[in-house]
Design a protein around this ligand. Structure first.
Ligand code: GRG
Length: 304
């Protein structure tokens, strides 16, 4: 895994997010394996237990705290997003998409099990995410209307207007050169939508005022782009060992990326620009916190 370089409060938050989300998703893994004994239950548990950086979870938690949220039960909302993200990784690695063998330093789910099981486990994680979210909202004692708002944010971001739509553009763009606008559209959907939703959901769960949720959403939109640009740079410059997945896949698949369009230095500058814009949105709304600025910095410097 890429080494985390983050300012102290962001580093502490990421460590907290990893510990808390791993614990909660570990409980869900046990529950699902007991509900569904056999290979599918095992595959669900395997995918949920793979150790990610939990950046989206940390963004939920930091956004929640930035508007005054204080309950530790926020980890449930964070884990719901991480569950959707995990499903996307299981499917992204399938032979019909990126066809990868390693993820998070471990064999991908279809390598550990097989393609039909990994395909089904990926789909099954979507209703699991809904269950995780709904349990979290009950624990936070929030009204049903808030559950509806959070579910809309999460599942719209995960759908054709967001992550699936962006991945679709990505698959269509293989071996075809995209221009910068096309690339931004693809990145904003494929990676940005879920990250944007993480920030919005943190603000909504914390009961943030309209303009605060809007600023967090704008921050999330910029930071989501910065994240995917940094991911493109890492794919081009990192090692498989450090990344926990096969490095250099974008070039192998002849994908258009920020690196193929702007070069490594140009891509790094673009990531830094989006991160700066992200923090400006917070500043404009008086929401700048060390955790949120530290996460913006972590996103563009990770793996350096
Ligand atoms: C049916 C077209 C269609 C799509 C299904 C597969 C899919 C949905 C979407 C793919 C979305 C995807 C994999 C985007 C890449 C996002 C990304 C940069 C992942 C890496 O995120 P990290 O670094 O990973 O946060 P960890 O492992 O730390 O969680």
């Amino acid at each position: 895994m890429a080494e985390a370089v983050a300012e102290p409060s962001a580093a502490a938050l990421l460590a907290e997010a990893r510990e808390e989300v791993d614990r909660l998703l570990g409980e869900w893994a046990d529950r699902l394996a007991a509900e569904r004994p056999g290979r599918i239950g095992e595959a669900l548990a395997y995918a949920l237990r793979t150790p990610g950086k939990r950046v989206r979870a940390a963004l939920v938690m930091a956004s929640y705290r930035s508007v005054g949220g204080r309950s530790p039960a926020i980890v449930g909302v964070a884990s719901a997003i991480e569950t959707v993200h995990t499903y996307s990784l299981v499917h992204d690695d399938l032979p019909c998409m990126d066809d990868d063998d390693m993820r998070r330093g471990r064999p991908t789910t279809h390598r550990q099990f097989d393609v039909p099981i990994a395909t089904r486990a990926g789909f099954l994680l979507v209703p699991v995410a809904a269950r995780v979210l709904s349990k979290a909202v009950a624990e936070l004692r929030l009204p049903t209307a808030t559950l509806g708002r959070l579910a809309s944010e999460l599942f719209e971001a995960g759908g054709i207007q967001g992550m699936v739509g962006g991945q679709w553009l990505d698959l269509e763009a293989e071996r075809r050169r995209l221009d910068l606008d096309g690339l931004i559209r693809m990145h904003a959907g494929k990676t940005g939508a879920l990250i944007r939703a993480a920030c919005a959901m943190g603000g909504i769960t914390g009961g943030g005022r309209g303009e605060h949720v809007a600023a967090l959403t704008a921050y999330g939109e910029e930071i989501g782009l910065a994240f995917q640009i940094a991911d493109d740079v890492l794919d081009a410059t990192g090692t498989s060992e450090a990344l926990g997945k096969t490095a250099g896949r974008d070039a192998e698949l002849a994908k258009s990326t920020y690196v193929s369009l702007l070069g490594v230095d140009g891509a790094r500058e673009a990531a830094a620009l989006h991160a700066r814009r992200a923090v400006d949105h917070l500043e404009g709304a008086g929401l700048r916190t060390p955790e949120l600025t530290g996460l913006a910095d972590f996103i563009i410097t990770r793996g350096h």
